[in-house]
Design a protein around this ligand. Structure first.
Ligand SMILES: Cc1ncc(COP(=O)(O)O)c(C=O)c1O
Length: 401
């Protein structure tokens, strides 16, 4: 913990002029190499016999490099993770009443994809230590209609994929066999699990290269990894007007994005090491603050710390957590993000779709969770300022009683 005297000294230097966002608008960093790559790719495309696409050397090289990075047999580049999640549900050919288990503490995209493809969302609770879909709750929620277990690798940490795969084997669907395990790794590109990278296990894994993510392809973009050649073929067909085998439309990434993706991928580990340094320093700065439960890294995982997820105690749920958020913003110019409350709280159409389902633990966690600014380039001094401010805010709320 940063002691009182030291906190005073740090905070006396004043707050940042521009507010620090909870989830920064650029998750990684760009340099001259990305700029040179964009310019070179445009120059090469200016020849009317060459142009910008569409499936070209840059796309093929990026897909090969991304698959190799994740240790997967194949990867398919697309225009965003939301699209990839829709494609995952299209691969299942859901019929009305087919159920898919989705963590309630989550971003809305995966549940939207189930709903959009005519399936039934079944909310699962998360493990309150890791924020990952809880395998024991999956086991409770499985029915003979369950088609897929759909974890999100929440906030940069891997979900326990082997546990879901084992459960799926034990509960085969009468027609389709074991429910598929599909990962939403939008926030966890580069994370590790049991000696593999996220993206190796399960039917397929979906990644985001949106501007806020661990790496970005000019602000939008996504990728799918899979070891199943049939899934890869189907995804390529969906991406490009059916590829002669069925329905499809245009979900493609552009050539310039793929070229930049190759550069970002080479920097990814370095950018993740930056996040890990910030997280490890933060663990020290915030250690022993009794009201703050800090993120953990299970032994078999390599956390990317897309977000640094903190919990306040149960008796601080709601009002007192919100007061910490308010003090941080008003007095220290640091925005804390709430990532994430239960999806059904903020998406009326999904609340209606899942009416009657209860997730009491998620309801409580949604009122206790918050994430302070995380970025790989935060300096030790900036990190220390944030932590000093957070300890002050917590002490103030403690004194307010
Ligand atoms: C967990 C999760 N899934 C999916 C998405 C959607 O990603 P994209 O913006 O690439 O469609 C996001 C992005 O914010 C996300 O955080």
């Amino acid at each position: 913990m940063i002691e009182k005297e030291r906190r005073k000294e740090i905070l006396s230097q004043g707050k940042p002029e521009v507010a620090w966002p909870g989830e920064p608008l650029l998750g990684g960093y760009y340099g001259e190499e990305e700029i040179d790559t964009v310019v070179r790719t445009i120059r090469e495309s200016m020849d009317w016999k060459v142009g910008f696409g569409f499936i070209c050397k840059e796309i093929e090289e990026f897909e090969k490099a991304f698959a190799d990075y994740c240790g997967a047999a194949d990867s398919v580049s697309i225009n965003g993770a939301g699209t990839g999640l829709d494609m995952a549900m299209m691969c299942l050919d859901l019929e009305p009443g087919d159920e898919v288990i989705v963590p309630a503490i989550n971003f809305k995209a995966s549940a939207m994809s189930v709903f959009g493809q005519g399936g039934q969302v079944v909310w699962g609770e998360v493990d309150p230590k890791t924020f990952q879909l809880d395998p024991s709750d999956v086991e409770r929620k499985l029915t003979p209609r369950t088609r897929a277990i759909y974890p999100t690798h929440m906030n940069g940490l891997s979900a326990p994929i082997d546990d879901y795969l084992e459960i799926a084997e034990k509960h085969p669907h009468p027609k389709h066999g074991p429910p598929k395990v599909i990962g939403d790794a939008a926030r966890a590109c580069g994370g590790g699990y049991k000696g593999t990278k996220i993206g190796k296990k399960g039917m397929m894994t979906v990644f985001s290269f949106h501007t806020q993510k661990n790496m970005t392809t000019l602000g939008e973009g996504g990728g799918i990894t899979t070891d199943d050649p049939e899934v890869a073929k189907k995804c390529r067909a969906l991406r490009q007007f059916g590829g002669g085998i069925g329905w499809g439309t245009n979900y493609k990434m552009t050539k310039v994005q793929a070229a930049v993706g190759l550069v970002q991928l080479k920097k990814l580990d370095e950018m993740l090491e930056g996040r890990r340094r910030v997280a490890h320093e933060r663990n020290e700065f915030l250690a022993d603050v009794p009201e703050l439960e800090l993120p953990i890294e299970p032994e078999d995982c390599w956390h990317t710390y897309y977000l640094y997820t903190i919990l306040v105690p149960k008796n601080w749920a709601g009002e007192k957590r919100d007061r910490v958020v308010q003090i941080m913003s008003e007095e220290y110019n640091i925005r804390l993000c709430i990532a994430n409350p239960p999806v059904y709280d903020s998406v009326p159409v999904l609340r209606e779709h899942t009416a009657g389902q209860q997730c009491p633990l998620s309801d409580e966690l949604g009122k206790r969770i918050f994430c302070p600014t995380m970025h790989p380039t935060l300096t030790t001094e900036e990190n220390e300022y944030l932590c000093a401010a957070l300890i002050e805010a917590v002490e103030r709320v403690r004194e307010e009683g």
